[in-house]
Design a protein around this ligand. Structure first.
Ligand SMILES: NC(=O)C1=CN([C@@H]2O[C@H](COP(=O)(O)OP(=O)(O)OC[C@H]3O[C@@H](n4cnc5c(N)ncnc54)[C@H](OP(=O)(O)O)[C@@H]3O)[C@@H](O)[C@H]2O)[C@@H](O)CC1
Ligand SMILES: Nc1ncnc2c1ncn2[C@@H]1O[C@H](COP(=O)(O)OP(=O)(O)O)[C@@H](O)[C@H]1O
Ligand SMILES: [Mg+2]
Length: 293
């Protein structure tokens, strides 16, 4: 198996705290499934403690998807985060080993405040996906270098699909090479790791502060994964691996590898046309040990 990096084996003395406390922030009325998939994916790839912070109106729905999940209801308006949601969330940020945000959260004012708050803090590693990326492009936050990460700052990982990457960089989704180049420039300028999703997925970033920006081409995954929610699952996987102590570059490479591997196993056990993101997230639990030494 050509895993890009491995996790250490579990020791007899390990406890849930050993494997990280992570938080997934997102969802809205109508898109409660997205952040639930991310959260369950984090549980199924080894995180010790997983919480979902969601608009209060969808708390019961999200909690009902998985008994091991903890849920935090944040202030909501019209089914989505209201502008004071960040105020309720910000005190929890430093208690987490990693945070993933974006799936299903819309780009309204409550989400803008959450994404801004998570980008301004530099202590907790973050994964930004879906509407979190759409907020960043609509606000023009990548225009300057204000968000650039230094060597003591926690990792930032972006997980755009080609449509989201086009909004971030202006390079059309049809220009795959141009998108990877633009992601490389962004990564070099800001110090982020960028997952350019597709078939195949590429990870652009650097392993350490002094190494140049590199591109890793993933070897797993298939078009059976072209079904709603498979990207939401990836958000949770990478968040989980950051929470287990991997750097952005390693978490993203191992994350896309195990995610694609689960997609390959699910497609062969179910069917290419019939597998869904629910099958994908269930399969992750069956094969998660393939990430370990
Ligand atoms: N169960 C749930 O709750 C789920 C909720 N979800 C939530 O829905 C929200 C909207 O997210 P989204 O990704 O569906 O829509 P959007 O950001 O408008 O992107 C689509 C645009 O990009 C373009 N595009 C070009 N190439 C592409 C490519 N390879 N892959 C994908 N797109 C590609 C594409 O072009 P076209 O298809 O027209 O060719 C189109 O113009 C978000 O909050 C998300 O988290 C989902 O996660 C699903 C499960
Ligand atoms: N043809 C394909 N080959 C390999 N992987 C794919 C293919 N189509 C989709 N995927 C994978 O599925 C995921 C889709 O992500 P995304 O578009 O964000 O979905 P969603 O927002 O519905 O969850 C990505 O990880 C992508 O790499
Ligand atoms: Mg997505």
């Amino acid at each position: 198996m050509s895993r890009p990096v491995t996790l250490p084996p579990r020791n007899a003395s390990d406890h849930k705290g050993t494997f990280g406390r992570v938080l997934l922030v997102g969802g809205s009325r109508g898109m409660a499934g997205s952040i639930s998939l991310s959260s369950i994916a984090a549980l199924h790839t080894g995180s010790g403690l997983v919480s979902s912070a969601v608009p209060d109106v969808v708390l019961e729905t999200v909690a009902g998807f998985h008994a091991a999940l903890m849920t935090i209801g944040l202030p909501a308006e019209d089914g989505r985060f209201s502008s004071d949601a960040w105020e309720s969330l910000c005190g929890r940020v430093s208690t987490q080993n990693a945070i993933g945000t974006g799936p299903g959260m819309t780009t309204e004012s409550g989400s803008v405040a959450i994404v801004e708050g998570l980008l301004k803090q530099r202590q907790t590693p973050v994964v930004l996906d879906a509407d979190a990326l759409n907020v960043i492009s609509s606000q023009g936050w990548l225009d300057g270098d204000e968000l650039a990460r230094g060597k003591d700052d926690a990792a930032v990982v972006f997980t755009p699909h080609p449509g989201e990457l086009s909004r971030l960089t202006g390079v059309p989704a049809s220009d795959v090479d141009g998108q990877v180049r633009a992601a490389g420039e962004l990564s070099k300028r800001l110090g982020f790791t960028i997952v350019v999703k597709g078939g195949p997925t590429r990870v652009v970033g650097r392993g350490s502060d002094d190494s140049p920006v590199q591109t890793y081409v993933n070897t797993t995954g298939n078009p059976a994964m072209a079904t709603a929610g498979c990207g939401d699952v990836l958000t949770g996987v990478i968040t989980s691996l950051l929470g287990q102590g991997l750097c952005g570059w390693d978490a993203a490479r191992l994350g896309v590898w195990i995610h694609g591997r689960a997609g390959d196993v699910a497609a062969s056990r179910i069917s290419s046309a019939g597998m869904t993101a629910v099958h994908l997230v269930e399969t992750l639990a069956l094969i998660a040990d393939e990430m370990s030494e």
